[in-house]
Design a binder for this molecule. Structure first.
Ligand code: GLY
Length: 524
């Protein structure tokens, strides 16, 4: 089955059982400050589980775009070496909001995997949470699996939570033996080695976890399931790695073709190709969902992914920006299911090229500076770059810590990561204090009465297209272009200005591919 058929078969199977087909939400969660990115199918339904909002339908099915690069679920470091990990992936899921519970969730999942997906029952295992007698009994009764193939596991594996807070509950996972021709091994050994592969997690949502660690029962026990499309595709297509499925084939062929090489020839180059392919998917979908590269929050994650892909591109021999030329392979892979990629084609391509060009320039200059710092430290008898020195390379030359680390490793030099983190935290604190006191501006110029008052829309909007009507340097001089700290007056704004004892809003200005941070907002 091609991945598009697997996605469709899942959705149709549950739609046929009264589930509303709901489109994937964007990767950026709406109105949820507890998460940087959507990391599971249930995120867009969180309020239904909590009973804060009522769904139109008590059952839903989705194929959800997910990103696991931060917070509780973070797979970034495994991407490249691992055949199974991704930053961006698609999660198939069926959901019950206080409607059916364990029995129907288990029965329907079993029917799908052994029916339309054609997996052999004797190649499957199920796990349940250690004290979940009910789930164990249901599995034994419904599936007919022998007791040795329904296993109890602890909290680490069989209790699922969205994040540090939010809905959570015990879960039950379906595993496939990917090498049934070999003699059976113990479940722990098989799952640790990746031979017994988890393809589907059924979460029995029962609790809400609060910031103070308390858990309270949800208004209604519910179901949230997640099956990684990439893994299911690997199993159903009979390949050993998710990267050998059709979800990656077109992209990897494009990466290898552009590099004038082949995927599967050189294990080291393969790692880099997987990183590029994985990150291209993440970058393409983030841009299509409106995230822009920046030095903070979501934009910073995007920037890091883009730069990491670019660095691995350098290892493959690319000397010029190349990522944008791969975007069509992404569009082709997802044609028909995620139209946002096509809609964002031009701006995405322009942003990727601009960002990559800037990064290549940064690295070209920065690499020399790292070498210099290493030579100096070596001359002084050291074998580790100090935290302050690493921070200077990062802060002054814009070099990502990963790049510094990599160059240092090539020189068999260590870096003081903890010292770097401390210096970074200190700088964040300094810039926060500075923005709060408004002292980023040397003076606050006064504006003439001929400027119309700025229209304030902040009770309604958090984002707005606006026009700059006056622009000043930090010294108050009128300019038409600004590099560095300054002051801008807008015709309209959603930013709340310092007033009545409240500090001014902070945020971002973007336009013409440029970006500026708003450190403070005030009224004249
Ligand atoms: N929410 C289910 C999972 O992510 O596995």
């Amino acid at each position: 089955m091609l991945s598009r058929d697997i996605r469709r078969s899942f959705i149709d199977f549950y739609a046929g059982r009264g589930h509303a087909e709901v489109a994937s939400s964007p990767l950026v969660p709406r109105d949820d400050p507890t998460l940087l990115f959507v990391n599971a199918g249930m995120v867009q339904f969180k309020n239904y589980f909590l009973g804060v909002e009522q769904p139109d339908s008590p059952r839903a099915v989705t194929s959800q775009k997910c990103l696991r690069v931060s917070g509780k679920h973070n797979d970034l470091e495994n991407v490249g070496p691992s055949p199974r990990h991704h930053t961006f992936f698609e999660m198939l899921g069926n959901f019950s909001f206080g409607d059916y519970f364990k029995e129907e969730a288990i029965a329907s999942a079993w029917e799908l995997v052994t029916g339309p997906w054609g997996l052999r029952p004797d190649h499957l295992f199920a796990t349940v949470f250690e004290d979940d007698d009910e789930a164990e009994d249901l599995w034994l009764r419904i599936s007919g699996l022998p007791p040795g193939r329904v296993l109890r596991c602890g909290e680490k594996d069989n209790f699922w939570a969205m994040g540090e807070t939010g809905p959570c509950g015990p879960c039950s996972e379906i595993f496939v033996d990917t090498a049934p021709e070999l003699p059976e091994v113990g479940f722990d050994e098989g799952s640790d080695s990746g031979r017994y592969l988890e393809i589907w997690n059924l979460v029995f949502m029962q609790f809400e976890r609060h910031e103070d660690g308390r858990s309270e029962p949800l208004p209604n026990p519910s179901i949230d399931t997640g099956a990684g499309l990439e893994r299911v595709a690997a199993v159903l297509q009979g390949v050993d790695s998710n990267y050998d499925t059709d979800l990656f084939g077109t992209i990897l062929t494009a990466v290898a073709g552009t590099a004038g090489s082949e995927y599967g020839r050189d294990p080291e180059a393969d790692v880099s190709m997987r990183v590029v392919a994985d990150h291209l998917r993440a970058v393409g979908f983030l841009l299509a969902d409106g995230v822009l590269p920046s030095n903070e929050g979501r934009g910073y994650v995007l920037r890091r992914l883009l730069r990491r892909a670019s660095r691995h591109g350098m290892k493959l021999g690319f000397e010029e920006p190349f990522l944008a030329s791969l975007l069509p392979s992404l569009e082709e892979t997802f044609a028909g299911h995620y139209p946002e990629l096509e809609k964002a084609r031009e701006p995405s391509s322009a942003t990727v090229t601009a960002e990559e060009t800037r990064f290549l320039e940064t690295v070209a200059v920065g690499a020399g500076k790292v070498q210099q710092a290493i030579e100096e430290a070596r001359a002084a008898g050291g074998s580790v770059l100090g935290g302050e020195a690493v921070f200077r390379l990062y802060d002054t030359f814009g070099l990502p810590i990963e790049t510094v680390r990599e160059i240092a490793e090539e020189e068999q030099f260590g870096i003081d990561e903890e010292g770097f983190e401390t210096a970074l935290a200190e700088q964040r604190e300094r810039s926060r204090a500075k923005s709060l006191s408004g002292s980023a501006m040397a003076t606050r110029p006064r504006f003439g009465a001929d400027l119309a008052a700025t229209r304030f829309t902040g009770y309604r909007d958090l984002e707005l297209d606006a026009r700059v009507v006056d622009l000043r340097t930090a010294e108050g001089e009128s300019v038409v272009e600004l590099n560095g700290a300054g002051l801008a007056v807008f015709d309209q704004t959603p930013f709340y200005a310092e007033s009545g004892g409240q500090v001014g809003d902070v945020g971002l200005l973007t336009g013409n591919g440029d970006e500026a941070r708003v450190l403070d907002t005030f009224k004249d």
